[in-house]
Each structure stands twice: as C-alpha cells, then as structure tokens.
Write a protein that binds this ligand. Structure first.
Ligand code: GSH
Length: 217
C-alpha cells in the first residue's frame, strides 16, 4: 500500500460505484469523501488540482492521485489484485480489458441515454423517440452480453475479474427500472451470481429514487 487510500465521489454516481465496489472486493480500507451531486465540491481549486475535469471518481493512494474510473480500476486491480481481479497473463487480461472498454464505449452510453432520458428526465419533458432508441440500443448490448455468458460464469471466463465490474454496474438499475427488456436468461444468471458478493450488494444495489426526475447533476 502506498499510504492512505481515499475515494472522492458520491455513492449514487455510476462511475464512483465501480470503484467503491472494487475497493471493497479487494478488502481495502478507504476514506470516502462525499463530493459531487448535492454535496458539490467539484469546482474548488483543491479538487480541480486533483482532477482538472471536475468529475468523480478520484482515487488517492498516498500521494498518488488517479482519475478516470477505468484507469482507477486497472490501477487498483494491478496493485492489489494481481492473480484475482487482475488476470496475470496478457491473454487473460485482454479478456477482461475488452469488456471494460466495451462497457465504457458501448453499453454504458446506451444505458446512460436510457437512464437520463427515461428515469432522470421529469415525465413531462421526456423525449419518447429518444427513449425508444435507447431501449433498442440497450437490447442490443445486453443481448451481446447474454450470448457471451451462455458459456461462461463471468465475462473473462470462470472467475470474477475487473472485467465484470463496469458492465455489471448497470445491472441493478437496468432491472429495477420500469422499461421494456428482452429476455436475458444468461445475464440474469450472472446477475444472481454477482448478488452473492457482499460488495456488489453494498455498492451497486442501492436505492436510486433520489435521482428520479432530476437533471441537475
Ligand atoms: N469518464 C469519466 C466520467 C466521470 C463522470 O462523468 N462522473 C460523473 C458522475 S458518474 C460526475 O462527475 N458527475 C458530476 C456530479 O456527480 O456532480 C470516468 O469514468 O471517471
């Protein structure tokens, strides 16, 4: 350990949840600093000196500061989870890596269009055509996951790795929202398997009704 671990970010923020979940999986003690959302604090000189984007999550490990959720996940997994969350072989790691990048550049974008367009937009202001497109886009990405999970317990194979975290962070909200979904038997089995992990239940399966109809952060 490089020193005290700190994590800046609100517990309801999708990108912060990924990191809070991983810290817990690794059994690392971390000080949580609640910034972002109603707590604010992202535009102070101190915060912008750590992350010029003024976004969460930010990780501190001793004097080291890291931002971008997936850079943080890779750092934590490599530093503290070699052989478990961080597959040691390059080939094994590429299996986990591809699903992290895929989630960030594909599934998460579709999911966020749906989450913001449907759940976070006040009902009177919703754009039904946008929501319909987002539902179809989510159907597509979740179907790709479903097909992949037909022959695997976790995204990179038999064991849980960092590769599961970004995509799985969407599961609770996706299945809780009152939206149309295609049948996803293998995704549901994976979801049930993840629910046996206390860290998943603690950090991902959190009520999110405080975000309903709310666009201000
Ligand atoms: N690509 C960045 C995105 C960071 C981001 O947009 N974070 C959101 C929360 S998920 C944020 O800072 N929102 C402002 C707020 O919560 O007040 C990452 O993955 O870390």
């Amino acid at each position: 350990m490089k020193g005290k671990i700190r994590i800046w970010g609100r517990r309801s923020a999708f990108n912060a949840q990924k990191v809070l979940w991983m810290l817990d999986e690794l059994g690392l003690e971390a000080e949580h600093i609640d910034v972002g959302g109603a707590a604010g604090g992202l535009r102070t000189a101190e915060f912008l000196a750590m992350n010029p984007n003024g976004t969460i999550p930010v990780l501190g490990d001793g004097r080291r500061v890291i931002w971008e959720s997936h850079a943080i996940l890779r750092y934590l997994a490599a530093e503290y989870g070699s052989g478990s969350l961080w597959p040691v072989s390059s080939a094994g790691r590429s299996e986990a890596d591809r699903w992290m990048d895929w989630a960030q550049t594909g599934l998460q974008i579709a999911f966020m269009d749906l989450f913001w367009g449907f759940y976070r937009t006040p009902e009177a202001d919703r754009d039904e055509a946008l929501i319909e497109r987002a539902v179809l886009s989510c159907d597509h990405y979740f179907s790709v996951l479903d097909q992949h999970l037909q022959t695997r317990d976790f995204l990179a194979g038999k064991a849980f790795t960092m590769g599961d975290i970004p995509a799985a962070t969407a599961l609770f909200r996706y299945f809780e929202m009152d939206i149309p979904r295609k049948p996803l038997p293998n995704v549901e089995t994976w979801y049930a398997r993840l629910q046996r992990r206390p860290a998943f239940r603690t950090h991902i399966m959190l009520p999110f009704d405080d975000l309903y109809g709310r666009l201000d952060f």
